[in-house]
Design a protein around this ligand. Structure first.
Ligand SMILES: Nc1ncnc2c1ncn2[C@@H]1O[C@H](COP(=O)(O)OP(=O)(O)O)[C@@H](O)[C@H]1O
Ligand code: SF4
Ligand SMILES: [Mg+2]
Length: 341
């Protein structure tokens, strides 16, 4: 049975848009995250996909308490952690760590690898006694597949893949339960991506980690995720198991995204239906009324402009036992065979 470890409820983050230098006045808001709810279960990987600017990193920052939500809740073990501060926040932080996209800029170039990986112990001294920290850092290097003898080297002496391993080692230092990964392999060469993904899967089993895995590459997300959420312009469009989302998508946006995934098998490419989206992604400062996808949706009708579609199992699929019976925020959700696997 799935045990929720993190529950996000109606999470909203609006960044104020201001005008004026001395006398700032708010003239609007960027609705980066606009009423999103989902659950992360213990030991699972929840993938989050969506085009650039749809709010993925903002969700990650809210979960990490690096941004304060405009409204909504983040429930961790029964407690709303979204507005904690001081020692209560510090205690929670220990259990929720983050791995960032760019291993080139997220590691301080003037610190040795040993100091980088051991840095969390400075903030949480009780996690490893002072005399034991070097040993623990060596152990972490070994866990992520790096030579423990490299402890005194600097980030520039490592390749991109190795640097991301250093980032992962630092993320593991405090024995967290949850790791939020924001595009952890997007900056890496394709050949190196697989190695880092394999390492992350191995570590997940070994330490019973729960991952939130953010990426714009749908193939990578399918490979690593148990469940997948698709975001569009600050909203969750569709969420379900990897099989439900990839083989039985019911939201037009998901169908369009999937139809654009490069298909390695040429015989498949020939028969596949390709959905071309027209128009640009609207500004999150001025999103369309009703369904946010309606300005690009080939199925849009009057109702789509009037009513915000709720993320729920569509009525027509309820109780059918079909894989299409998963949550989709579309008034006219239906299956469309876009990917022949
Ligand atoms: N600190 C900020 N102030 C104002 N707008 C922001 C800020 N951070 C992000 N945004 C805006 O919020 C939207 C979502 O951004 P982001 O979460 O980074 O998307 P993603 O990670 O999916 O590419 C974008 O329009 C972005 O410009
Ligand atoms: S609600 Fe309407 S506009 Fe939105 S995805 Fe469904 S059909 Fe398209
Ligand atoms: Mg981002």
């Amino acid at each position: 049975m799935a045990e929720p470890i993190l529950e996000v409820r109606n999470l909203v983050k609006h960044f104020p848009l201001t005008r004026g230098i001395l006398f700032k006045r708010q003239i609007g808001a960027v609705k980066a995250v606009d009423d999103i709810s989902f659950t992360l279960n213990r030991g699972e990987t929840l993938g989050i996909v969506g085009e650039s600017g749809c709010g993925k990193s903002t969700v990650a920052k809210l979960l990490m308490n690096l941004e304060q939500p405009t409204s909504g809740q983040i429930i961790y073990k029964g407690e709303d952690i979204s507005r904690l501060s001081g020692s209560a926040l510090k205690a929670v932080r220990r259990n929720i760590q983050m791995v960032f996209q760019d291993p080139y800029t997220s590691l301080n170039p003037r610190m040795t690898v040993g100091d980088i990986i051991g840095e969390p112990f400075e903030i949480h001294p009780d996690a490893a006694p002072k005399g034991d920290r070097r040993r623990r850092v060596r152990e972490l290097l070994d866990v992520v597949g790096l030579n423990p003898e490299y402890i005194n080297r600097y980030p520039h002496q490592f390749s991109g893949g190795q640097r991301q391993r250093i980032g992962i080692a630092r993320g593991l230092a405090l024995n967290p339960e949850i790791i939020i990964c924001d595009e952890p392999v997007s900056a890496l060469d394709v050949s190196v991506q697989a190695q880092v993904i394999n390492l992350m899967e191995k570590l997940q089993d070994e330490f019973n980690l729960s991952y939130m895995f953010i990426a714009h590459d749908l193939s990578i997300v399918r490979h690593i995720s148990d469940r997948v959420g698709v975001m569009y312009l600050g909203k969750m469009a569709e969420i379900g198991t990897d099989e439900e989302i990839y083989d039985h998508p019911t939201h037009p946006y998901t169908q369009a995204l999937l139809s654009a995934v490069p298909q390695p098998d040429p015989s498949v490419r020939d028969t596949r239906e390709r959905i071309l989206l027209t128009g640009d992604v609207p500004s999150p400062a001025n999103p369309p009324s009703g369904c946010r996808f309606r300005t690009r949706c080939w199925k849009a009708q009057d109702k789509c402009a009037e009513e915000v579609p709720l993320l729920a199992v569509p009525q027509r699929f309820r109780g059918t036992g079909s894989r299409a019976a998963h949550e989709s925020a579309c008034h006219f959700a239906e299956e469309r065979d876009v990917v022949h696997s």
